[in-house]
Ligand binder design. Structure first.
Ligand code: CTP
Length: 395
């Protein structure tokens, strides 16, 4: 999401500086080139070497340092290259200096020299944050198009529970992505995603399920959130961590998934049924205790087809319905049949090699019957293809 973006991370002297390590590593993981600039005070809290290891670049604490002499005028060269400067933590002192146009250290010099977007994550004592001087400085900077993340209410370094705590790293990185990352073309849209293999209970300890890992549905939910959608994920795989800022509803059986989908269906603009819903459920009277028989013959009945039910409800509404078709043979023909039967707008056909894998080879088929084939790719990337289709249909 931040591929080819250069970001300068400014670290000033607050105890929250340790959280900047996580910010740097998350930015790197999203593909950004990261340069860290530290104030003198910050170097007393965290060793520059830590940021050097995390960013893979020399840490700037002195604009005239030997190590930077290879860069022509680092404060100009780097700031020209950067898409964003993020000051995390932003102390009362650094905010005051920026608002006053002071440039007496590498960080404030680079801020003045930069025309890139700027984001400040303040961290300070609650009374400092409420001080009218700070309030005025922050207002002034907001007027000059500086963006802010936080501060939040919570436990402060002084022990008080109050406003002034720096935003969590994921919050800051989410804001960075919003400012310079991939497009927010799903902002304001509500997307319902299902994931994982449902489980049908045989008795209190046993169940029948399938090999679905839930990775595809989770990747779609996360990518949709990053593209600005508000996302509800109905998950039959509770052990995966929920993507940040995604509302997750945990279910087990096909019936529970149906009920959860119906509860959230009316508010959704698009539904992606990535779950591997079990087709069969044991025809047993509800067992309260473990079965002890030596041999067991179970008759299975059919579960309800969730997509078919919501496909019927869709009527003339503008909702987008996307299903998956897992086929071991005649993939395209079978997927086309499901597309029509379930009244879908798009179906994603794949084979059983997808189970539990981080990648997927797939084809999409739209309502006109147009088939597009995609080579093996990361599920995160495939998620973007599916969301491109949704964004296009919701436009
Ligand atoms: N699906 C559903 N409810 C079911 C079964 C499947 O909503 N009870 C959805 C799946 O989430 C998927 C699509 O229907 O998006 C196709 O699922 P798939 O398992 O490939 O096909 P089935 O319709 O179950 O048919 P079959 O198993 O016979 O291939």
């Amino acid at each position: 999401m931040l591929k080819d973006k250069t970001i300068i991370v400014g670290v000033s002297g607050s105890i929250a500086a340790y959280k900047a390590c996580e910010v740097v590593s998350r930015l790197k993981n999203l593909g950004a080139e990261v340069w860290v600039v530290m104030t003198d005070e910050a170097t007393k809290l965290i060793a520059p070497l830590t940021f050097r290891a995390l960013s893979g670049n020399p840490v700037i604490t002195d604009l005239f340092a030997e190590e930077l002499t290879k860069l022509p005028m680092p404060h100009v060269f780097l700031t020209k290259k950067a898409s964003l400067m993020v000051i995390t933590p932003g102390t009362a002192n650094i905010i005051g200096k920026i608002a006053g146009g002071i440039a007496d250290d590498p960080l404030t010099t680079m801020i003045l020299a930069s025309t890139a977007k700027k984001l400040i994550a303040p961290a300070m004592n609650c009374e400092m944050w409420r001080n009218p001087i700070i309030v005025e400085n922050v207002e002034k900077l907001k007027g000059l198009k500086f963006e802010f993340s936080g501060p939040e209410k919570g436990k402060l370094a002084c022990g008080d529970e109050d406003i002034g705590r720096m935003s969590e790293p994921e919050e800051i990185v989410e804001k960075v992505v919003e400012l310079i990352g991939i497009r927010q073309d799903l902002k304001g849209k509500r997307i319902l995603v299902t994931a994982g293999g449902t489980k049908e209970a045989i008795d209190p300890v046993r169940y029948i399920s399938n090999r679905s890992s839930g990775k595809m549905g989770y990747a779609i939910a996360q990518a949709a959130r990053e593209r600005g959608a508000s996302v509800t994920l109905i998950s039959a795989n509770g052990h995966c961590p929920a993507p940040h800022n995604v509302k997750r509803v945990k279910v087990e059986s096909a019936q529970e998934m149906l009920e959860a989908v119906l509860r959230h269906y009316s508010e959704a603009d698009a539904v992606v049924m990535a779950a591997a819903v079990g087709d069969y459920t044991p025809k047993l009277k509800t067992q309260n205790s473990k079965l002890k028989t030596k041999e067991l013959t179970i008759q299975f009945g059919q579960t309800e087809d969730i997509l078919k039910i919501i496909g019927k409800q869709k009527g003339r509404s503008q909702k987008v319905l996307i299903g998956f078709a897992l086929e071991t043979e005649n993939m395209i023909a079978n997927a086309k049949k499901k597309l029509v039967e379930k009244k879908l707008d798009l179906i994603v056909a794949n084979d059983d090699s997808t189970f539990n894998s981080d990648s997927i080879k797939f084809s999409t088929i739209d309502r006109k019957g147009e088939v597009k084939d995609y080579p093996q790719q990361a599920k995160a990337q495939a998620a973007q293809v599916i969301l491109d289709n949704i964004a296009c249909m919701l436009r």
